[in-house]
Design a protein around this ligand. Structure first.
Ligand SMILES: [Zn+2]
Length: 238
């Protein structure tokens, strides 16, 4: 059994190193993914600005057509003024002309406001486009760097994978299966030390009777709380 435990401890130490390597790869990839997501967000923002500008330009053209219609109507009423006879008709026409002019003026004010808004959005748009261009170049460089880093990390991982395979070969299939399941369910830690009667996986006490049996060292024991495989190495941390 001691031999078994030794093999499992060695296997786990290799596996933990492999976990670290895999985490390092994931961290590299995640950081890059975040920047790629930020690029996509900026592209969405740019498309949104562009759409706002298009909508406002359309509104402006419609208002310009309205102004031209209103002014046409005003001119028409003005020329009609020559033909009317009564004061009442004249008053009515003058009122219509005044209202037409007033309404055209309001539309023109709206046009000015729209143009100011478009100008503001356009300058924001060109700023965002510049930022995007710069960021795209940075991300392209970063992607290349991350690819090279991951390739490098993977070289080290291959060696560890081979070592792991070799180490696993000497372990009984059922023990290995139990170990693998425990690693999956217990955050990568399947085999743990017992220090002062306390499991170093879940930090709960082992019943004294069980601990005494563990000290004899001729059986594999599970922690009654977390089910991890326990070992005891005197003089290690006690
Ligand atoms: Zn435990």
């Amino acid at each position: 059994m001691n031999e078994h435990i030794d093999q499992l401890i060695s296997l786990q130490s290799i596996d933990l190193e492999i976990d670290q390597i895999e985490n390092a790869i994931k961290a590299e990839q995640n950081a890059l993914d975040l920047r790629i997501t930020a690029l996509a967000d900026k592209e969405t923002l740019i498309a949104d600005l562009q759409e706002q500008i298009t909508t406002l330009e359309k509104e402006r053209r419609a208002l310009e057509a309205e102004v031209s219609d209103k002014m046409g109507h005003v001119k028409d009423r003005q020329s009609k003024m020559m033909q009317v006879q009564t004061g009442r008709e004249q008053t009515a026409l003058l009122k219509e002309i005044e209202e037409g002019k007033k309404s055209a003026k309001e539309s023109e004010e709206q046009i000015v406001a729209i143009m100011e808004e478009v100008e503001k959005l356009s300058s924001q748009l060109s700023e965002e486009k510049n930022l995007l261009k710069g960021e795209k170049e940075c991300v392209a460089e970063e992607t290349e760097k991350v690819r090279a880093t991951i390739e490098n990390i993977n070289k080290g991982k291959k060696e560890k994978d081979a070592l792991r395979q070799q180490q696993a070969q000497g372990i009984k299939v059922n023990v290995l299966r139990k170990y693998t399941t425990l690693r999956e369910r217990r955050n990568g830690l399947a085999v743990v030390n017992v220090v002062q009667g306390v499991c170093q996986g879940c930090f709960m006490s082992i019943p004294p009777q069980k601990f005494n049996l563990l000290l004899k060292g001729d059986q594999i024991f599970d922690c009654p709380t977390c089910q991890r495989i326990l070992y005891y190495r005197p003089g290690n941390s006690e």
